[in-house]
Design a protein around this ligand. Structure first.
Ligand code: ADP
Length: 161
């Protein structure tokens, strides 16, 4: 049984994230989306809303599970008995950071491999931060996210504005 962790903040989850998740779900028997709890970073969507959004999207893949995690990623991956950590690459600019983190993670946990999946080119410009900005400023953010996510973002915006 090959298990992979797909970690991230997913604030909010975008079509780019879902594309990586779909491909990871084809490559691995079991994929656990780990939404990092970061108390020092203020988020746009509350943690629970991000979990709800990803769970709503993940129903389409029977081998995908969504949960939160705290602490060091490699400790979490070990707890979940994962062989791999999946991350997405959009452009060369993502590579430096992902490469650095993956080397550090390998030093900490040599038995866990990082698998970097390249995004589809049509999603290569989408980032959670762009979606957040467009949503906050009243623009059409819905084209960058799944309908389930759009509904949760809309509900959040109506509560906060
Ligand atoms: P983090 O804060 O850990 O970087 P993110 O939620 O921003 O979390 O991203 C999680 C993972 O998804 C990262 O590997 C990131 O490169 C990848 N990712 C983000 N947006 C896209 C996209 N449009 N296409 C493919 N991968 C993406």
């Amino acid at each position: 049984m090959k298990t992979a962790i797909y970690p991230g903040s997913f604030d909010p989850p975008t079509l780019g994230h879902l594309d990586i998740l779909e491909r990871a779900a084809r490559l691995f028997d079991h994929v656990v989306v780990g939404i990092g709890v970061n108390s020092s970073k203020s988020s746009f969507l509350p943690h629970d809303a991000r979990i709800e959004a990803l769970k709503a999207c993940a129903v389409r893949w029977p081998n995908v599970e969504v949960e939160s995690f705290e602490g060091l990623l490699v400790d979490y991956a070990r707890r979940r008995e994962a062989q791999a950590i999946v991350r997405g690459l959009r452009a060369v600019s993502d590579f430096d950071y992902e490469f650095q983190i993956s080397i550090a993670n390998r030093r900490l946990a040599p038995e866990i491999d990082t698998v970097l999946l390249m995004t589809k080119w049509e999603y290569s410009y989408i980032s959670s931060s762009i979606v957040r900005e467009i949503a906050k400023l009243g623009g059409d953010f819905e084209q960058f996210v799944a309908p389930e996510v759009a509904a949760i973002v809309r509900a959040h915006l109506s509560l906060t504005t």
